[in-house]
Design a protein around this ligand. Structure first.
Ligand code: ATR
Length: 277
């Protein structure tokens, strides 16, 4: 049987095995999908052993996304732009590295939440790996403006610089948080790691235009700190990153198996599990 797995460290709480098992059942695909704890000093060796033992593909999570990028023989354009790989596909011609995180984000926003990105003023918070991974798919939606804001302003400016040539049609700018004062946005996406410290990024008030969406790539039970702050700042719509998780998995499944699973029932099941916790 074709084997797939997610590799990370830690990995015990990964929802990927549950998600991919549901996709396999739903699409009638015969495959197995497991979680593998990757040794911190043995990523490449663990991948090679899995590949040699009927492995067809892997999802890659913290802290191995950069190593996976280096390991791949070929990269999709979105993985090259992200500088990180979350999906490996093993073929006769070597290892293909892809990054489905940004596509999962965009699909969650545009399909599941029904929000338009085209022509909108979009604010992306953060300039680390999560923000970088989202940039190319966000730009492809042709927002009117895309602003990258980060605690460390220089990192936001450097990130914008690298992408500006590829999409001269989108007004791409970068700044620190304080410089956002007085500006308004239709979609605000939190790609910072602030929630890990149980904090919201320190943003000026009044950022949300009428009907604006606040989107946190993190998820948890109830509002994340960013979403709680967005709610009190008047964001009309709030969404966490559970839909992105399910959608990035669907993009990986599509790459591996050539069929796109229906994410809605899986997202509903995970949402119910989260609420019952
Ligand atoms: P990831 O791969 O998850 O993006 P990362 O590369 O470490 O992780 O980047 C973390 C991002 O979260 C950075 O943009 C970081 O801001 P700095 O560049 O100024 O470090 C941001 N971040 C982390 N903690 C934060 C906090 N408490 N408030 C605001 N931004 C924070």
């Amino acid at each position: 049987m074709d084997r797939y797995a997610v590799i990370g460290n830690p990995i015990a709480h990964s929802k990927s095995p549950l998600i991919h098992a549901a996709y396999a059942r739903q699409t009638g695909q015969e495959l197995s999908y497991e979680a593998i704890l990757g040794p911190l000093d043995g990523f490449a060796a663990t991948v090679a052993a899995f590949r040699a033992d009927c492995g067809r593909g892997m999802n890659v999570t913290v802290p191995f996304k950069l190593e996976a990028h280096a390991l791949a023989d070929r990269l999709t354009p979105r993985a090259a732009a992200a500088g990180a790989v979350n999906t490996l596909a093993f073929g006769a011609d070597g290892i293909l590295g892809d990054n489905t995180d940004g596509a999962g984000l965009v699909r969650d926003i545009t399909v599941n939440l029904g929000s338009v990105l085209a022509g909108q003023r979009v604010l992306l918070l953060g300039a680390g790996g999560a923000a970088r991974g989202a940039l190319l798919p966000l730009l492809a939606e042709q927002p009117a403006t895309l602003t990258i804001a980060n605690r460390t302003e220089s990192k936001a400016i450097a990130l914008a610089e690298g992408f500006r040539q590829q999409h001269p049609d989108v007004a791409l700018d970068a700044c620190g948080f304080a410089a956002l004062a007085g500006r308004r946005f239709d979609v605000v996406i939190n790609a910072t790691a602030a929630s890990l410290a149980d904090e919201a990024p320190p943003l000026p008030a009044g950022l949300y235009a009428d009907g604006a969406l606040a989107y946190d790539m993190m998820y948890g039970r109830g509002d994340t700190p960013f979403l709680a702050a967005a709610r009190s700042d008047g964001a009309a719509r709030l969404a966490d990153g559970l839909g992105m998780l399910v959608e990035q998995a669907a993009e990986s499944f599509l790459l591996w198996r050539g069929v796109r699973p229906d994410t809605a029932p899986v997202l509903a099941e995970l949402r119910a599990q989260l609420a019952a916790r």
